[in-house]
Design a protein. Structure first.
Length: 41
């Protein structure tokens, strides 16, 4: 998991470098949890 979004950004950039065009960075785990989306302990 990516806690703050840094690794997610790097992963997205890598996908774009491989030719993927529809790549969206939704942030990290903290952003997900703060948005009230489901998480498991």
């Amino acid at each position: 998991y990516c806690g703050s979004g840094g690794r997610a950004a790097l992963a997205g950039k890598t996908l774009q470098d491989f030719g993927y065009e529809k790549v969206y960075n939704l942030g990290g785990f903290t952003d997900w949890a703060n948005a009230g989306l489901p998480v498991e302990d």
